[in-house]
Design a protein. Structure first.
Lengths: 533, 192
């Protein structure tokens, strides 16, 4: 039986480094050793200064408040799970997990509910472990984590162990039942603890559910509180603590001691080992949109919401079992429904060659060949397939600009036949062309669809396309070029576009062995309209 | 004849000022660390980054836990961080080839046979993993580390690493196209 690890072993082969490279690297190392210690500080900031990191490796580094003697005595007789907090020296309050849950719940319930498409800007500090520097990351995510934008290396989208955001309301409404549900689903209280963290750190939960999560945390077996912790970002906090068990490290979920906002998650090595990692939210603010740090809770426009959903679907296609992933030279057959009739066309994934039947004869044409002049290329202009698809030698690291304004400017720099260059007409045409003409879903690494929501004047309409399918159209106020991009009304997958008044809908998109072939390759299927058929 | 000192001993000596001792540690693991980098970044970039890994390791060697005789997981962890820094600091603007010369730079073997699709599906599945999951699963599959050592490389407790590996494998199985690869053994055999 082949399993996923066997498949991975098959990818192990690598082109070895040239022998001279090893010597050269050692020479750099030797030169570094020869330099004065003072100069080495430069590397400290990049590679993690030894002492600074070592001091962070275990709980001992966390500054603890000095507990007054009288309070300490009280603590000894206090509840077993309780830890003493000196709010005022004369009035010690025992902070129990339940009390923390009550306060955090109350704070959560006082928060306004937000739209699932509400954008959140986060700055987080990540410590990955011994030898790692603190890494500060920032970026934008929607409240439901469906779309994200920015340079996230560690955070990213939450594990789909829960129902979709829209269905979170179907979780058990009682904290004890929620614990039982998650312990069963994830395998134990420590795993459930980590799942709760996943919910709190990645989503902006509806207030009632957030309150319930805090209550459920307090009831989870093995959970205590620590009333004086400090995050790696230097914030003081109070923490739910899950003690280490046989398989899992000790974990903490740290909240702000006055607002009870979520601050950080930390976990330790088993048995006091030296593994320690933490992610702390330095700043979190509801903002007007991706790329903006201006606070705002204005609901997203219909166009923005549609673009976010399309982006999220492109990044994480729902329920796909056989999506294509093909090399640039792989042939794809597409059935097109257009305003002027149906067509079947073949093209390579990088759209460098196309083929179709002309007068009963299959004509194959390279983009550079003379016959190309009479062929309608799905990808008439724009960045190369390699730039869009990502560099396969580096795990598809995309090579298009990461920033939305720069990406927009780049896409606008291509000439796509727009009547005027105003209003991002060229960029919209390029995005439609990339989605239609290039055969790979890895394009989702770049926030192409996300750009569409911000195009000035964009509106949304529910339409029936030329293939008879229900679509949602993003409409743009251009006098020519691509004026509509169509997404499936059920799945939000790309469906087609309207260019110069003529509609093109892709009804089939399948990888085949070559031009003229209609037989789908077993491992390379592209169900563009999977749910509509 | 005395046995060769282990990595921990050599690192201890290097902290005492013995430069050759640290270079010896580097010699022992340079092929493995180089291969790690090359698998993830390609040979050219791997060659560029290798010296950065050694210098970063030199700088942080005081934190090395000498109860571990073998330094490879630690060095792979340093290499991992070096790669992360590199990718994070890559310029947002890189030259974009126009659509007219798009065929440039593609390795021809990725174009045709069924192996291509298997590899593409796998690489895409890997790309969809959370970074930590991806690191754990590739350290185990490609760098021959135990789960515990892979966790060590990433500064992750063994229990967390086990869970992370499990999650990664589940996510790989569920990734687009993987079901066909896992059931269609014929395809895989052809590929080999």
């Amino acid at each position: 039986m082949v399993d996923e690890m066997d498949l991975l072993y098959g990818l192990k082969a690598v082109e070895p480094l040239r022998p001279g490279a090893f010597e050269a690297a050692r020479a750099v190392l030797r030169a570094e050793m020869k330099t004065a210690p003072g100069r080495r500080a430069r590397w400290g900031t990049r590679g993690g200064a030894g002492l600074r990191v070592a001091a962070r490796l275990r709980p001992a580094w966390r500054p603890r408040a000095v507990v007054p003697a009288v309070v300490a005595v009280l603590a000894a007789v206090a509840l077993v799970a309780g830890i003493v907090v000196a709010v005022r020296p004369s009035a010690p309050v025992v902070l129990t997990a339940q009390l923390l849950a009550d306060r955090a719940s109350a704070a959560a319930l006082a928060q306004p509910a937000v739209n699932p498409g509400q954008w959140v800007y986060r700055e987080i500090v990540v410590l990955w472990g011994p030898g790692s520097p603190d890494i500060t990351e920032n970026g934008w995510e929607t409240a439901d984590d469906a779309a994200f934008y920015g340079q996230w290396s560690g955070g990213g989208s939450y594990d789909r162990i829960f129902p979709d955001y829209a269905q979170l309301g179907s979780l058990p409404r009682d904290p004890a039942a929620l614990d039982a549900y998650l312990e069963k689903k994830s395998g134990g209280s420590a795993a459930a603890f980590s799942d709760f963290d996943s919910l709190l750190s990645n989503l902006v939960l509806p207030p009632a559910l957030q309150a319930e999560v805090y209550q459920a945390l307090a009831r989870l077996p093995g959970v205590q509180v620590d009333s004086h912790v400090t995050t790696i970002a230097g914030q003081a906090g109070v923490a739910f603590v899950h003690q280490a068990s046989q398989d899992y490290a000790k974990g903490e979920i740290i909240l702000d001691p006055s607002t009870y906002a979520y601050l950080a998650q930390a976990d330790w090595g088993v048995g006091g080992g030296d593994g320690f990692q933490e992610q702390a939210v330095k700043r979190q603010v509801l903002v007007t949109g991706p790329g903006s740090t201006t606070p705002g809770t204005t609901p997203p426009s219909a166009a923005e919401l549609l673009a976010e959903r399309a982006e999220g679907t492109a990044a994480f296609p729902p329920g796909f079992t056989g999506v294509e992933l093909v090399g640039p030279g792989r042939w794809i057959v597409r059935d097109l429904a257009t305003s002027s009739g149906d067509q079947t066309v073949w093209a390579t994934a990088d759209d460098s060659e196309q083929a179709s039947y002309v007068h009963g004869k299959l004509q194959v044409c390279a983009r550079s060949a003379a016959c190309a002049a009479s062929v309608r290329w799905l990808m008439p202009a724009g960045p190369s397939y390699a730039a869009v698809d990502g560099d396969r030698s580096t795990h598809f690291q995309p090579t298009l600009p990461a920033s939305l304004p720069r990406l927009l400017a780049l896409l606008n720099s291509y000439s796509t036949g727009c009547a005027g260059v105003a209003g991002d007409c060229n960029a919209v045409s390029v995005i439609a062309s990339v989605a239609a003409g290039y055969g790979n879903s890895v394009r989702a690494m770049d926030p192409l669809f996300l750009l569409l929501g911000g195009i000035p004047g964009a509106t949304v309409a529910h339409v029936t396309d030329v293939a008879g399918q229900a679509d949602v159209a993003l409409r743009f106020p251009f006098s020519g070029g691509v004026t509509e991009i169509l997404f499936n009304a059920g799945t939000y997958q790309f469906a087609g576009y309207v260019r110069d008044g003529s509609e093109t809908v892709i009804t089939k998109d399948v990888a085949v062995s070559g031009p003229g072939s209609l037989t789908p390759l077993q491992s390379a299927r592209i169900p563009v309209h999977a749910s509509s058929r | 004849m005395t046995p060769d000192p282990d990595d921990a001993e050599l690192i201890a000596r290097s902290l005492g000022g013995d430069e050759d001792a640290f270079v010896e540690v580097v010699r022992r693991h340079e092929a493995a660390v180089g291969a790690y980098l090359a698998r993830r970044a390609g040979r050219d970039l791997a060659e560029d980054l290798l010296s950065e890994v050694w210098v970063a390791a030199l700088t942080s060697r005081a934190t090395y836990d000498r109860s571990f005789p073998d330094a490879r997981p630690w060095l792979l962890g340093v290499a991992h961080n070096t790669l992360r820094r590199h990718w994070r600091s890559r310029p947002a603007e890189e030259p974009i080839a126009d659509v007219t010369d798009m065929a440039r730079g593609w390795d021809p073997w990725t174009a045709v046979d069924s192996r291509v699709d298997a590899e593409s599906v796998l690489r895409h599945a890997l790309a969809l993993l959370r970074p930590r999951q991806r690191e754990i699963v590739t350290l185990v599959a490609w760098e021959d580390l135990t789960v515990a050592d892979a966790g060590r490389a990433l500064g992750m407790p063994a229990g967390t690493a086990r869970r992370c590996l499990h999650e990664a494998r589940m996510a790989l199985r569920k990734a687009p196209g993987m079901a066909a690869l896992l059931t269609g053994q014929d395809t895989v055999k052809e590929a080999n």
